[in-house]
Ligand binder design. Structure first.
Ligand SMILES: [Zn+2]
Length: 534
């Protein structure tokens, strides 16, 4: 076994009483991150008992819109476990959380108790499962961290209680031609290839391969991430991925390793993800320089050693390699700091932000008098750390400088605000991907709508929806009968603002006045009043 605690794994109590079934596993490919833990199914309902895995103490208590109600238990050897999306804490923690929220007038909260405050025993009930935070349905998310604070695959700790004889399944491949160095079927473009493709794929030069595959478990239809992938070419291993641990700072490397749902079997030079290993001295790229078939062989396994093997043949066929046609000043280098200056635009990409060299396809379009539309790249290029983008304003029709913001324009024309502050004629924002950008004005305040107001009294719960099309909701606050109200966002998928009416704070049997104020990313505010009897 890989980890020191694994020796104690037999004594790890499962976090839930029912048969272990997962709706998600460790390392699944998600937007900008790996899924950091296991999702335990809770039978489609909330309120299931959640238990401590081992003796330890509650070291962290959080409420936030990302993970909802969260408890972290630290074990004596420095390992810890985080339980997310809970519906309720136990007493006395539940009362302490509520008191903190009223005292600090904030639904979002965090406490770090001392080791002697809330000791727990293995198997002790510590919370109820739920569907809070960014959660698509009721489940328990469990993370396990090693003493260094890295995310560790929790599955080995429960392996004896998991039923699974189903191996991963491969859906297809993607072949990559290195820019200026490789060709696929006469073109220098990536090509997707189905499993058991009939057409031969003729390649030449420097070629990379990616694979789309999922793991499955017995008795359900969920798709999981694949723990082990190995690629060999003509029986020589060239690449290996082992999805078993990552540090928080490594999370965005998923944008380099994965191309959508394809896991690449070569490593970008700026990708330092430790779960990947190239074994051929070429970072997993394959050199095709002979006119013959190249036999690629993939082996994919899950944590229980259920294994799938698939073959892919690439036909080496001499082709003229198209040279790279890009101006020197349009190359952003992965191994240095890049500064791009164009009329009305400055981009600073720090060293460590790029996974590989990026070839800009710079273009400028006139939109209106406010700012130009700047195309940096055709496709979105994700960055590992932020880059600083400045866009000059050509006119300022609105005097209030806080109303300007930078937007990224997607390929489908959809705009998303990246915020920005105004300084010396320029709007400045931190961006996490390259693409197409311009500046806009937001003077439109958010909209607040009651949700099923006729049910508020009956359910003892106020539900509202707040929306802002331009820059999004940045903050919200409410009072009821003139007192601060505990309005929160219990589920950030439905995005509702919810106030549980609490007889400790709201007098029953009378008419109440609720005043809600919502602010958007450019400081535009909407205040709305609601009268109801409860
Ligand atoms: Zn999860």
């Amino acid at each position: 076994m890989l980890f020191p605690l694994a020796a104690q794994a037999q004594s790890f109590t499962p976090p839930m009483d029912q048969q272990i079934v997962f709706s998600g596993n460790f390392g699944e490919i998600r937007a900008d991150h790996y899924h950091g833990g296991l999702d335990f199914k809770t039978g489609g309902t909330v309120g299931k008992v959640v238990r401590a895995l081992a003796d330890g103490y509650i070291s962290r208590i959080q409420v936030n819109s990302g993970s909802g109600l969260v408890l972290t238990v630290t074990f004596p050897d420095g390992w810890s476990a985080a339980y997310r999306h809970l519906s309720a804490f136990m007493e006395p923690i539940a009362s302490r959380v509520k008191a903190w929220q009223y005292e600090h007038q904030s639904w979002e909260m965090e406490l770090r108790p001392q080791p002697d405050e809330y000791p727990v025993k293995a198997g002790e009930q510590i919370a109820l499962s739920g569907n809070t935070g960014y959660s698509m349905g009721p489940h328990l998310h469990l993370d396990i961290f090693n003493p260094e604070g890295e995310y560790i695959d929790p599955l080995p700790f429960f392996i004896e209680k998991v039923r699974d004889r189903t191996a991963p399944k491969v859906e297809g491949f993607k072949i990559y031609a290195a820019p200026g160095e490789g060709m696929i079927n006469g073109k220098q473009a990536d090509k997707t290839v189905p499993l058991n493709a009939k057409e031969p794929i003729e390649v030449w030069g420097r070629i990379g391969v990616g694979i789309r595959a999922y793991d499955y478990m017995d008795g359900n239809h969920n798709k999981y991430g694949v723990k082990y992938v190995t690629l060999s070419v003509d029986s020589v291993e060239v690449f290996k991925s082992t999805v078993d641990r990552f540090a928080y700072e490594e999370n965005r490397y998923i944008n380099s390793w994965c191309d959508g749902q394809y896991m690449k079997s070569f490593i970008d030079p700026g990708n330092k993800l430790r779960m990947l290993e190239a074994l051929n001295g070429q970072q997993g790229w394959i050199t095709i320089d002979e006119e013959r078939p190249y036999h690629l062989h993939y082996t994919l396994s899950d944590a229980l050693d259920n294994t799938t093997e698939v073959d892919l043949v690439l036909q080496g066929k001499k082709q003229d390699i198209s040279p790279l046609e890009v101006e020197k000043e349009d190359i952003l280098h992965y191994d240095r700091r890049n500064v791009l200056q164009r009329p009305g635009l400055q981009l600073v990409v720090p060293r460590g932000a790029l996974y590989t060299d990026v070839y800009l396809h710079y273009g400028l379009r006139d939109k209106d008098s406010l700012a130009y539309i700047y195309r940096l790249t055709d496709e979105a290029v994700k960055l590992h750390t932020g880059a600083e983008l400045q866009i000059g304003l050509r006119t300022m029709p609105v005097a209030d400088k806080s109303k300007y913001h930078i937007v990224r324009i997607g390929k489908d024309g959809r705009k998303s605000s990246v915020g920005g502050t105004f300084e010396d004629g320029f709007l400045k924002a931190r961006i996490l991907q390259l693409g197409t950008f311009t500046a806009e004005i937001d003077t439109v305040p958010p909209v607040i709508k009651p949700v099923e107001q006729q049910t508020w009294a009956k359910n003892g719960k106020v539900t509202l929806k707040a929306d802002d099309r331009e820059t999004g909701i940045s903050s919200y606050t409410a009072t009821i009968d003139g007192e601060w109200a505990l309005l929160g966002k219990p589920n950030s998928v439905n995005n509702n603002l919810v106030l549980e009416l609490d007889p400790e704070h709201v007098k029953k049997g009378i008419q109440h006045e609720l005043v809600v104020t919502v602010t958007d990313g450019c400081g535009n505010k909407t205040t709305q009043r609601f009268k109801f009897i409860w």
